[in-house]
Design a protein around this ligand. Structure first.
Ligand code: URA
Length: 239
């Protein structure tokens, strides 16, 4: 791999910055000053440093974000700024994107990664990855409506898969889906006569929203969380 590609893939500096840093003698490979950014390096075995700091090669990164309201699940601005604006520049340089979509006003757990194949698998309809959401609705929701939601409701030509609804109050609860249609929970609630007034994702597959992670903040997944995600992937899709 080219030295400048490695350094930019690690989010340390762009390719043009790396070229300048090489000319200034700030980049070393195995202790020797690298004179040219296009030299070939082996990311697994060569020791690269940039400005005196070791460059640690990670093919993929995985971040947990506690999404605030107002941000769109994208890498580009839409109806609001993209969630990737909440990350440091180095992650944007590494091509990190949100795995799946939450509505602009939905809060909570988002996985961000640059692992396209794994993201694709987690989101594939046949994967049936479970996602749970805390919700509040505009009026009372009883056992009867919860049972209708659990059995599946028609949201405009599509009958939703069986799901789980736990009521935690007269107008709130936790719903767990194994699919993700556009505005699914909002459309399901409309079918039972109420409107969603608040929605927060609490879990996504094996990941649970870290209660210590403040709204708008992110952190890398722990090794345990990464391993749990990796268990859902084929060897080629892994870390
Ligand atoms: N269902 C919705 O209606 N919105 C979301 O953001 C996620 C699930």
């Amino acid at each position: 791999m080219r030295l400048d590609k490695l350094i930019s893939a690690c989010g340390v500096a762009s390719r043009s910055e790396t070229a300048r840093a090489c000319r200034a003698g700030l980049v070393t490979v195995n202790g020797q000053t690298a004179r040219s950014a296009d030299m070939q390096v082996d990311p697994e075995t060569d020791a690269v440093s940039y400005g005196g700091r070791a460059v640690v090669y990670r093919r993929f990164v995985y971040l947990m974000l506690n999404k605030p309201a107002g941000y769109v699940s994208s890498t580009d601005a839409g109806d609001g700024p993209p969630v990737t604006d909440l990350l440091p520049e180095e992650y944007r340089r590494m091509g990190v994107f949100p795995c799946g979509r939450l509505d602009r006003d939905t809060l909570g757990l988002m996985l961000l990664t640059n692992n396209g194949p794994l993201s694709h698998r987690l989101l594939a309809p046949r994967s049936h990855v479970a996602k749970s959401y805390r919700f509040a609705v505009s009026g009372p929701l009883g056992r009867r409506e919860a049972a209708m939601l659990e059995a599946g409701v028609d949201i405009g030509g599509y009958v939703t898969r069986p799901c789980r609804v736990e009521l935690t109050g007269p107008d709130c609860g936790v719903i767990t889906l194994t699919e993700g249609k556009y505005h699914q929970i909002k459309r399901m609630m409309e079918r039972v006569g109420v409107r969603v007034t608040a929605l927060e994702r609490l879990s996504f597959g094996p990941l649970t929203l870290d209660p210590a992670l403040e709204r708008g903040r992110w952190r890398p997944l722990t090794p345990g969380e990464e391993a749990a995600l990796g268990a859902l992937a084929t060897p080629a899709e892994r870390v």
